[in-house]
Design a protein around this ligand. Structure first.
Ligand code: ZN
Length: 165
């Protein structure tokens, strides 16, 4: 099994990917972003164009569990710690990235940080190409299954590719 890296390494790699990595102009990527598995049952997901077309970084529990809450409903059994999302936001500020806002976090399984600085224009453009859907089969939009639609995803540079390189 692949060793899961420390969160700070994943953060550095993801930021390098978001801001410095050029996507080929015939590649596209899903709008929800690209994930890096990290230590302690966590993943970091980097979305170049989230809320307001600006980057969003999410921290989430990789293998969530659920338990019965006081009202008998299901609640997260292994949520983020109360300080996890604020700590991620602080780490980003420390690296010089202004935080616009944060969403969710404890007691949920995931939380997100919105950044003020736009991603590399080619990262943004790759997400826009995804949103535009398959060129050859416009009626099928992003749900197309044809080879040329699939090929665009494989041409995209992923953050994990930067790490293993
Ligand atoms: Zn197609």
């Amino acid at each position: 099994m692949l060793d899961r890296m420390p969160l700070s390494d994943a953060l550095a790699a993801g930021l390098r990917w978001l801001y410095e990595t050029e996507q080929p102009n015939d590649a596209w990527m899903q709008h929800l972003g690209q994930s890096i598995p990290v230590a302690d049952n966590r993943s970091l997901t980097f979305a170049p164009s989230g809320a307001n077309q600006l980057p969003v970084i999410a921290i989430e529990v990789s293998w969530p569990t659920w338990r019965k809450g006081p009202a008998g409903d299901l609640v997260p059994g292994n949520p983020l710690a109360p300080n996890e999302l604020p700590r991620l936001a602080a780490a980003l500020e420390q690296r010089g990235f202004s935080v616009r806002s944060t969403w969710n976090g404890f007691p949920a399984h995931s939380g997100s940080v919105g950044l003020a600085r736009p991603a590399h224009h080619s990262q943004y453009a790759a997400v826009e190409r995804y949103r535009a859907g398959c060129r050859e089969h416009p009626a099928r939009s992003v749900f197309c299954e044809c080879d040329s639609w699939h090929a665009g995803f494989t041409r995209a540079v992923r953050p994990l590719a930067l790490i293993s390189a």
